[in-house]
Structures are given as C-alpha cells and as structure tokens.
Design a protein around this ligand. Structure first.
Ligand code: NIG
Ligand code: FE
Length: 415
C-alpha cells in the first residue's frame, strides 16, 4: 500500500545520508527540502525529493498538502505513561510551598503512586494509559519509552511491565520498556536498603529477563533515593541480564548519576538539572546521550539543565517529556521544545533534532525513526498552514499538527 504526500511546503529533517545522531554545531542546521514530495509504501519511507522529480503516481493514493510542512514523528525517550492515578493533591502542596523532596520525604510522591498501584490490575493500568497514549500520538509522538517504577515489589514491577507489554498490542507506535525498580525505597524497607537492592538483583531482574519484559534498566540516582555506588551495582546487574542502562541523574543534586552512567556505558543519562564541569567532561568522553526534561523544571519550579554548555561541549542532547503524575503531568513534545528554546536557549533547529533523531538514538531506534530517510518507519506528521518549522516551538500554546501518519497510513483516535 502506498501514500504519496505532494506539494509539501517544507519537508523537514529529510536526510539522504542518515546520521545515527547529531551533536554540537551540527545540531544548529536542519536539512529542509522545499516544494517536496514524500512517498510512503508498506509502512516505510520509500522515497522523497523535489516535486519536479516526482515519479508517476498513477494508481497510487495522493494527498496534496500544499502550504503545509511535513516532519518525522517525535520520539519521546523518557516517560512514566503507565501509572495508577493522577496526583493533583501534591500539585496543591507544591503551590503552598512544599518541595518535591519534602513531598517525597513525607510519603507522597513516588510512594503515593506505589500505594495506588498495589490496588490496580494490569487491565486497569492499560485502560487508564490508553487515553494518554492516544493523546501523545495526537501531539506527534511516533515512538515512546515507558518505565515501570511505581510497583516497588516483585509483583508490582512485573505488573507494570506486563501492562506495558499489553499496551504494545494496542499501540500503532513502537514502545520500549524500562525497568525502574530502583525508583524509591519502599516504606516497608526503611532502614533495610540492602534487602531491597538484593530483591532487585536477585528476584526482579532474573524474572524480567526470563519473561523478556524490559529493554532497559533505570535507577533514580539521587540524594534520598539511590547512591552512585548502588546505581552502578544495579545497572551492572541489569546489563548482565541483557538490559542496557538509562539513568535518572542529577535532577535535584550532583548525585554522581552522570558518572555512574558513563561508567556503565548508559545509553542515556536523563534530567541533568544540576551539572558541573566534571559531569560535562565525563560525558564528553562517552557515547551516552544527555536527555533533558524541561517540563519537570517548569512544573517543579526548578532550574533548567544547561543545554548550551552541553551542546558547546559536543554532547548529543535529546528532549523528552518525562510524562508522569508527580513531576511532569504533560506529554506534549512541542511544549517541551518551546521550553527548551525559551528557557534553555536552544534554537528551534537544535530542539527539533533533540526531539526526533537524538530521542530515537536514546532508544537505539536511529535506524528506525527520527528523520525522513529511505527505509525508516513511515511515522510522520503534517502541520497546519504555518509559516515555518520555527513556528512549532514559537507558538507555544498552539497545536501545529493537522494530520498524523503512522506506518504509512493516516491515524485517527480509535473510538
Ligand atoms: O522523572 N525523578 C523521578 N521520577 C520521576 C517522577 C516520578 C513521580 O514523581 O511520580 C521523574 O521526575
Ligand atoms: Fe522520569
């Protein structure tokens, strides 16, 4: 089956020679083709080029998108999309002056979600996550990562990962699963850290590996959560079980999370709100992607990650939503790009690379998603009639998307 988009005003992020990721100055320029066509066939990108070179479209479905831009779908490489319930109560606590760390210390935060998760079935988790999945697909996301981490028991973590596996059956976009058993120390293990870490190493990881339930292993490396040494230990055990590392690093403190990530060859270190020169130097020597989550800084009223320093240092930067009920209840990638531009001084070009190809690379999908390139999955979106791609992060309250195309077909919210 074929679908050809014609008269595209700007075909953005179209690469004849696909790169696996972009970093440094390269992030400052976007490949753009004016007055272009895009040929999708059997769920893949078959060809693209200038309108004047369009081959015969006889017998093929054609969509004239005059005045509109076409971009590759966003790749949201860090979310907690599966959760039992929203936490508006903590929103009010924050407004009244409590910090994220203070809410966590009094049993709110992640432990609040963990209590609710124990009462929720796999089916209920899936039922509650589906509208969120449709929502983010409508916002242009065409590939997503989802973490466990609200179970915090063998049964609870397996339940979350099984819910992610179930969600894949309904999802038109690819999903990667990350095991985040080390998200917080459960209440019943207070004073018994070692016992909980052993549970992760000896019971959770082996079962997850056996059932093939996760692609990555994550740790919340943070004061009051897990230390640098514990992070390394858990990630190494994850690697032995076949799960590469992705780490929640340096959100609230310079926790050693970045150094731990570099040590274990993490695919990405995520958050990075609190960084010093040592952390930047460590990343410069690594292959690890720096994933920034500015929705969190907005919501928690905290400092933003030093995107300019990272880009200047030649480190590949990705952007993701961190969609979760506690620190970022929003899964809109274009809003994340707006925050990146407005608050971190990333240019629209840098923000777009970070939200697409570098997000794909942070999930090892660089050959599958992230740019318009021959052979990649045909997940793209068509914008409304907007002046240029910079309008997407610029008009931060608008939705630029008119049509979402997944696997080569126009997508509509299932009813
Ligand atoms: O990425 N930092 C830890 N985990 C999530 C928040 C989870 C929650 O509060 O429910 C985050 O911000
Ligand atoms: Fe997170």
């Amino acid at each position: 089956m074929s679908l050809v988009l014609t008269h595209i005003k700007q075909l953005v992020l179209a690469e004849k020679e696909p790169r696996p990721r972009v970093a440094g100055e390269e992030m400052g320029t976007l490949p753009v083709l004016n007055d272009a066509y895009l040929w999708l066939e059997d769920g893949r990108i078959k060809a693209f080029g200038a309108m004047k070179d369009l081959p015969s479209t006889e017998g093929v479905e054609v969509m004239d998108v005059s005045g509109r831009l076409v971009l590759p779908s966003y790749v949201d490489s860090h979310t907690h999309l599966i959760f039992p319930a929203w936490r508006e109560g903590e929103f009010v606590d924050k407004i009244k002056g409590l910090s994220y760390a203070e809410i966590a210390a009094k049993g709110g935060g992640i432990l609040n979600s963990a209590r609710a998760l124990a009462e929720t079935s796999v089916e209920e988790l899936v039922e509650r996550a589906l509208p969120r999945l449709w929502e983010v697909i409508g916002f242009g996301t065409g590939g997503i990562e989802i973490k466990s981490g609200y179970g915090l028991s063998v049964e609870g973590e397996l339940k979350m990962l099984r819910a992610i596996r179930k969600l894949k059956e309904y999802s038109p976009i690819p999903i990667k699963a990350t095991f985040l058993g080390a998200h917080a120390l459960p209440k019943e293990y207070t004073g018994q850290r070692r016992k909980y870490i052993d549970l992760i190493l000896k019971e959770m990881l082996p079962q997850i590996a056996e059932e093939g339930l996760a692609d990555y292993c994550d740790v919340f490396c943070e004061e009051g959560f897990f230390t640098e040494a514990e992070t390394v230990e858990i990630c190494e055990a994850g690697i032995n079980a076949g799960l590469k590392a992705k780490i929640h690093a340096n959100q609230l403190n310079r926790s050693g999370g970045v150094q731990a990530g570099v040590k274990v060859g993490a695919v990405s270190v995520d958050h990075l709100e609190t960084m010093g020169p040592e952390e930047i130097r460590a990343l410069q020597k690594a292959q690890t992607i720096a994933t920034l989550l500015p929705g969190c800084s907005l919501f928690l009223r905290m400092q933003y990650p030093p995107a300019r320093d990272l880009i200047r240092a030649g480190i590949p930067v990705a952007l993701a939503t961190d969609y979760n009920p506690g620190s970022a209840p929003a899964g809109k990638m274009s809003l994340v790009m707006s925050l990146a531009c407005i608050q971190m001084r990333m240019t629209p070009e840098e923000a777009l690379w970070a939200a697409t190809l570098n997000g794909a690379a942070a999930l090892e999908w660089q050959n599958e998603l992230g740019t318009i390139a021959v052979g990649k999955r045909a997940n793209v979106f068509v914008t409304k009639e907007i002046p240029s791609y910079a309008h997407i992060p610029y008009a931060f309250g608008s939705d630029a998307i008119e049509t979402v195309i997944l696997n080569g077909e126009v997508w509509q919210v299932p009813t």
